[in-house]
Every structure is written in structure tokens, then in C-alpha cells.
Design a protein around this ligand. Structure first.
Ligand SMILES: [Co+2]
Length: 184
């Protein structure tokens, strides 16, 4: 696949249809500017500001847009909150729907057929394979993303972080924590 992509890119550049610098800029944009750091800021704000958390519950699309994150693949956002005894996991069983404005591009495994099918059939087993062992009495809620609705998991705020500011809190939030395959 990597070779095919490279061959296609070379051809497009050779024919003058794309500018390699523009391609680099697009990849950089999704990897570094639209990556999961955006979602981490949303989570950190939700942990720090109860009024924001309430707005996130009521209308996640609008609350996320307050921080400047909106656009394609993020038009209808729902925030799902982990808490004592509840863990949320996001999948797209049909394809690879994913909240681009807050998480960037999906990881390869998110698009794989084993993840897409097994996250629904055996979420606890899938989580264990990610190294996420949940207590037996924790309820696991699996959310199936669609072209209509995209989900962002709000992980539990780690203990011992009372003194941290938003930027420091955001640094603790991982991409997999916001998909739900990991805990923080
Ligand atoms: Co999909």
C-alpha cells in the first residue's frame, strides 16, 4: 500500500498535478494541527470547568466549536463520559467514521475489520488486548459512529491532578483515551 501511494504521488507530481510542498502541508495539518491535541483541550476544559462540561453534555458540537474545532467529520458530535463503573468505547462498524476536528485521522487499527466487528461482539476482550483491563462490574458502552454522529470519549480525570492547569491536564490526555481503548 505504501509503495502504491508513493507511486501515485510520484506520478501526480511528475504530471504537475500536485505540489509536493502542498502534500506535506496537508499531512502536517492533519498530523500536528488537527491531531488529538485538539480533543485533549476539550477534555481538559471539561475537567476544569463544570459549566463547560454541562454545555458539552447538552450540545457537544457547539461546545467543541467554542474552542475553535469544527468542520468536516465533526458536524454532529456527542461527548460520552467515563465515570465510576462506566467505560465508553467508540467504533465505526461500517467503515471508519471518526471525529476529525478533534482527533485528526483515524489510526490503522480503527479501520481494520477485526476491530470494527469485535469491538461490538467482545468489547471487554478487545480492551484487554489494548492492555485495558476493566473491573468485572464496569459497564462498557459501545458507540457506533456513523456519517451522522461522531463520538468523543471524555476519560476520567486522573487522581492527584487537582493542582494542574488546563495545559498540563491536556498533556495527560491520549488519543486512545478519547476513543476509549485506553484509560488514562
Ligand atoms: Co463509518
Amino acid at each position: 500500500m505504501a509503495l502504491r501511494v508513493k507511486a501515485l504521488e510520484s506520478l501526480l507530481v511528475e504530471k504537475g498535478l500536485v505540489d509536493p510542498a502542498a502534500l506535506d502541508a496537508i499531512v502536517d495539518h492533519f498530523e500536528h494541527k488537527v491531531g488529538p491535541r485538539n480533543g485533549a483541550k476539550v477534555v481538559a476544559r471539561a475537567w476544569s470547568d463544570p459549566a463547560y462540561r454541562e454545555r458539552l453534555r447538552e450540545d457537544a458540537t457547539a461546545a467543541i466549536a467554542e474552542l475553535g474545532f469544527s468542520g468536516a467529520q465533526g458536524e454532529h458530535m456527542v461527548a460520552v463520559e467515563n465515570g465510576p463503573g462506566v467505560h465508553n468505547l467508540v467504533v465505526c462498524t461500517l467503515c471508519s467514521c471518526y471525529p476529525w476536528p478533534v482527533l485528526g485521522l483515524p489510526p490503522v487499527w480503527y479501520k481494520s475489520s477485526p476491530y470494527r466487528s469485535r469491538a461490538v461482539i467482545d468489547p471487554r476482550g478487545v480492551l484487554a488486548e489494548f492492555g485495558t483491563e476493566l473491573p468485572a462490574d464496569t459497564e462498557i458502552r459501545v458507540w457506533d459512529s456513523t456519517a451522522e454522529v461522531r463520538y468523543l470519549v471524555i476519560p476520567e480525570r486522573p487522581s492527584g491532578t487537582d493542582e494542574l492547569g488546563e495545559a498540563e491536564l491536556a498533556a495527560l490526555v491520549t488519543r486512545d483515551g478519547m476513543i476509549g481503548t485506553a484509560r488514562l
